[in-house]
Design a protein around this ligand. Structure first.
Ligand code: ADP
Length: 498
């Protein structure tokens, strides 16, 4: 039944956007060895498409195309680059319904949320179309007589972008848009679970008039992804790597980038704390937690992973939270009112089960959810769970659960909870709720994370720098800071002038 409906969902996508080959140098091509891999419906595991499986050969062809296109693209006036980005933005927005259907079909998030992702991803394209016009240098006060000194910004060169599956459109758009705005050309490899949306985006970019070779996409299975990416890492023409994914893979890519000393941006795992102080507005805190935690079924790197609630409001907060969580509807992406779709695959469901079992074995109390549901529709639906009595020794306190699980920790004082919040190698996002202005001013700078939500659960935006510290990586996406990652600074000194 679900399989049929999944195909229905895909059938909403015009044939021109249902692509299953690589986009290299403006042409759509299969792999030279004709290899293909299956893209599956996350709910059922049924195959929904067979996509060309890239190798080092296609990776090199893509790097060739990007290198060939680079001089022309970097010399294209910023105004013209901006115009093409605006056209790409318009094409994405115009095809919202088709792109949302692709996202839901391959990734599983509810259709309305998928349409929200299209708008969110498109917002980066619009933003960087505007920022392209504001790449500026500096004229310096010269150090010596008869000298002129100034600073210019140049595109860093060919960029390799590697993206994860949880936001099939937004993750790749927010890397490609600033790269193109800066005058870089791109080779990209989308996640093996979700290549279809990325391929459709490349087609829309071509329809918008982006010159051939400026944006190249090579799809690959999990098995062949390393060969594709390694070819780019070893290639001295690729000057920058931008990666979003797990910390383990990010570290490996950073090491491998060292041989050619690429500029590297890494947006890696998180383990976000969410703190509810005794002076918080509990209703707002529950609403903020629901928004932050259950976006994409808990499969985002900024999802709160550890919820710390002050002893004096713990029971009241947990009761409100339980009510809100039991009200969430789990099911296939295309059913109305569904808030939580399937998890991405069997591995994800297994990890959630292991985290819950480990927590319960160590004394946590499961107060709602945690079991598989909608099994007739597929094995990957999990009822959102709340646990109390969580402790730092539990796996869900140390690792990203990446699912709809809320572990609640009880705390007694501010210094203790700040220590606990920072007691992790990760440092992506943190959230806290308080109505005390002095506490807000005191606590925020002590949180060791790249982003802090204060009385706010939805923090991601194209106007703001998204990124982490510690083992959550380095580099920023979005905002004017996000453009710097794709630019290099050239200082010029002219003498003999006086
Ligand atoms: P997740 O666990 O969320 O799938 P990963 O870090 O494994 O996160 O994957 C993120 C991206 O990195 C995907 O595009 C994936 O194909 C790619 N990837 C995974 N392993 C490697 C590897 N060894 N070399 C290069 N790319 C990889």
């Amino acid at each position: 039944m679900t399989e049929l409906r999944s195909q229905d969902c895909l059938s909403r996508v015009p044939a021109a956007l249902r692509l299953d080959t690589h986009c290299i140098g403006g042409r759509w091509q299969p792999s030279a060895d004709a290899a293909r891999f299956a893209v599956t419906d996350p709910a059922t595991g049924a195959t929904i498409a067979d996509v060309a499986d890239g190798s080092a050969l296609e990776a090199t062809q893509a790097a060739d195309a990007a290198s060939t296109a680079l001089p022309g693209w970097r010399a294209t006036p910023a105004r013209e680059r901006a115009r093409l980005l605006r056209r790409w933005h318009a094409a994405i927005v115009e095809h919202t319904e088709a792109l949302a259907a692709l996202i839901s079909a391959e990734q599983g998030k509810p259709l309305a949320e998928a349409a929200g992702e299209v708008a969110y991803g498109a917002s980066y394209v619009a933003w960087f179309a505007e920022e392209a016009l504001r790449i500026q240098g500096d004229i310096l006060a010269a150090a010596g007589t008869g000298q002129r000194m100034w600073v210019q910004k140049h595109p860093v060169g060919v960029v390799a972008a590697i993206t994860p599956w949880n936001f099939p459109l937004a993750m790749i758009a927010r890397k490609i848009a600033p790269a193109l705005a800066a005058g870089c050309t791109v080779v990209a490899k989308p996640a093996e679970d979700t290549p279809l949306t990325a391929l459709a985006l490349a087609e829309l970019a071509a329809q918008a008039g982006l010159p051939p070779g400026v944006l190249n996409i090579v799809a690959a299975s999990r098995e062949r992804a390393p060969a594709v990416v390694d070819a780019w890492l070893a290639d001295g023409r690729v000057r920058k790597l931008t990666f979003t994914g797990s910390t383990a893979v990010g570290k490996h890519l950073a090491r491998a980038s060292a041989d050619t000393l690429k500029k590297v941006s890494l947006e890696l795992g998180g383990n976000a704390p969410f703190i509810v102080f005794e002076d918080a507005d509990l209703e707002a805190a529950v609403a903020g937690l629901m928004a932050a935690k259950f976006r994409n079924g808990g499969q985002t790197c900024v999802c709160p992973n550890r919820v710390y609630v002050h002893d004096s409001v713990h029971d009241a907060f947990v009761e409100r939270l339980r009510e809100a969580v039991t009200g969430l509807t789990v099911g296939p992406a295309w059913e109305p009112d569904v808030r939580i779709g399937p998890m991405i695959n069997a591995r994800a469901v297994e990890k959630i089960g292991q985290h819950l079992a480990d927590a319960v074995a160590q004394g946590a109390r499961l107060i709602t959810g945690g079991m598989r549901v909608r099994e007739a529709d597929g094995p990957h639906y999990v009822a959102p769970a709340v646990l109390t009595g969580a402790t730092p020794a539990m796996r869900l306190a140390c690792e990203e659960t990446f699912g709809p699980v809320v572990p609640v920790f009880r705390f007694h004082d501010e210094a203790e909870v700040i220590r606990a919040a920072n007691d992790t190698p990760y440092g992506l996002a943190a959230y806290f709720y308080s109505r005390d202005a002095r506490r807000i001013a005191r606590v925020a700078p002590q949180l060791d994370t790249g982003m802090v939500g204060i009385n706010e659960g939805a923090i991601a935006s194209e106007v703001a720098p998204f990124g982490g510290v510690k083992e959550s990586g380095y580099g920023r996406e979005g905002s004017r800071y996000g453009l710097d990652d794709y630019l290099q600074t050239q200082y010029l000194c002219e003498g003999q002038l006086g």
